[in-house]
Design a protein. Structure first.
Length: 225
């Protein structure tokens, strides 16, 4: 359906018993409706351990998560079919800490910010074929001459948004290997991690009606919305 907007809620008990299977409730509300609808679908356990902010691609919401202590996966929720699926990350990735999920062109991408302080090179992985583990390809963001920086995300073709240690937002052009400050920090201040991440969006004039159903829950459960 055109112009149908959904909000997803993952609900689980505040007190977890790890010796028994964890019970999730999945609910969806369509903006314009006045109540949540329960979705009868299997929820992978990785939904309990989600890392970072979700990204939207190919009709699905994607998160980084843990299947187990040493098993990182990408959890996806198909908004139309209302089902979950898991995708494998590159075998070299054994922890989600330091990684962030992005969209690079029309592909999923994993950025590793842990190396920027030492080498000035940030490795990132691109999934060339959606859903295929064998299609992950490792690439590098190189020659960023700054003593400390953090990649926020991709911006336009071959351009990347970076935050430096002074809190400035910098655009890095991979083609010509040059940087340009697009948002300066306040003069005389020292800021680190002023920004969380960059999220791609498309401007839209569609009025989102019917948001009254998005009330908070206080019923002994926790939720990710």
């Amino acid at each position: 359906m055109i112009n149908q907007y959904k909000v997803l809620a993952l609900i689980y008990p505040l007190k977890l018993d790890y010796e028994h299977p964890i019970s999730f409730d999945v609910e969806v509300i369509v903006l314009g409706m006045d109540q949540w609808r329960r979705v009868n679908t299997r929820v992978p356990t990785s939904a309990l351990f989600l890392c970072g902010s979700p990204i939207f691609l190919r009709g699905s919401i994607h998160w980084l998560g843990y299947r187990s202590v040493i098993s990182v996966v990408i959890l996806a929720f198909d908004v139309h079919e209302e089902v979950f699926l898991e995708m494998e990350v590159p075998s070299a990735i054994v922890q989600a800490s330091g990684y962030s999920l992005h969209v690079h062109g029309e592909s999923l991408c994993l950025l590793d910010n842990r190396c920027s302080r030492d080498s000035g090179a940030v490795p990132f992985w691109v999934m060339k074929q959606y859903g295929e583990k064998q299609s992950w390809c490792k690439q590098f963001i190189i020659e960023i001459h700054d003593h400390s920086f953090r990649v926020l995300g991709f911006w336009k073709e071959d351009k990347i948004l970076i935050e430096n240690i002074d809190g400035e937002m910098v655009s890095y052009d991979r083609k010509v290997r040059s940087t340009k400050v697009v948002l300066a920090s306040e003069e005389g201040t020292y800021r680190v991690s002023k920004y969380d991440l960059a999220i791609p969006y498309m401007e839209c004039l569609v009025l989102l009606k019917g948001s009254d159903g998005l009330e908070s829950r206080v019923d002994g459960s926790s939720s990710n919305i």
